[in-house]
Design a binder for this molecule. Sequence first.
Ligand code: NAD
Ligand code: UDP
Length: 328
Amino acid sequence: MSSTRKRVLVTGGAGFLGSHLCERLIADGHDVLCVDNYFTGRKDNVAPLLSCPQFEALRHDVCFPLYVEVDEIYNLACPASPVHYQHDPVQTTKTSVSGAINMLGLAKRLRAKIFQASTSEVYGDPTVHPQTEDYRGNVNPIGPRACYDEGKRCAETLFFDYYRQHKLRIRVARIFNTYGPRMHPNDGRVVSNFIVQALKGESITIYGDGKQTRAFCYVDDLIEGFIRLMAAPDDLTGPVNLGNPVETTVGELATKIVALVGSRSKIEYRPLPVDDPTQRCPNITQARTRLGWEPRVPLETGLKNTIAFFDRLLTENGTKTEAAKRIA
Ligand code: NAD
Ligand code: UDP
């Protein structure tokens, strides 16, 4: 047991990032309360933790008040993939905004430290490159991505108003595209889509010409950034960019994944979704200098781990993957 054992609430704890965070917090000796409504999260993600006495899972929607006793809160509840957050856009905004109000209210009552999983989407389709935290963004407030982008922007506003008005201890991380094991196979995000398509030998669906860029961070690196930001001195409120500053085009990502899987998949070009950002890459100077943090896992290593995860998942579900076909 850690000498600084804390009771930590993780909202969205059964999701991709949340489940990795719960695992890390338990490994660090804390008690974890995982709160999730299972909209995009899965019980499977936290199943290995259920037998652990330090872990507790609670089905709850953060749009409703929550009365629990904890020392720290990580607020991750919100669908993150464009397909999922656009499925019920009104609910997405409610989750970000009402969820933030409820969790901030809880933090205020408990005088607990609270962390917000914000996003690079607050920069919209950026006109400044790479993005620094002082860039105010270029978001279309009425487009299909606005439910997520504006919801997250409003959540940041609420965090900073609680900080100024109620002297709450806040931490705001702006997370850039992160990938790894336990991503949802059908969430439509580029890494999971391309890997699943390559493993099944299906066409790789590139939206637009594939020249748009993203910077991909491996999940373990990101979680280390969360822990460091939460533990930082209270004057470090953020927002702090957390992401891997290695920019890659979507086309290059497709080629890399096809090669790593050894797949025969062909490329299929599809229309670019509305308001899809053309270029995205974080400037992580703040995280480097204030947190001593930077990503360590190279894209190829992270992709191999993620491919192995999806290969197992698909095989368990009865799909004969490219790897299985090669072995057969
Ligand atoms: P995810 O969809 O796997 O996880 C989100 C979790 O929140 C799920 O378990 C879902 O069931 C839960 N949830 C959704 N609405 C809820 C509600 N109303 N009440 C309770 N639980 C609810 O996505 P993720 O990639 O793990 O993202 C986690 C957080 O990080 C999100 O807030 C997301 O906006 C942020 N983020 C992620 C990325 C990324 O690349 N993964 C990038 C930027 C920001
Ligand atoms: N993308 C793609 N094919 C896919 C899924 C996504 O070309 O099958 C593109 C998408 O248009 C975007 C980039 O990949 O330009 C990243 O998309 P993702 O949904 O993963 O994240 P976000 O757009 O939120 O960064």
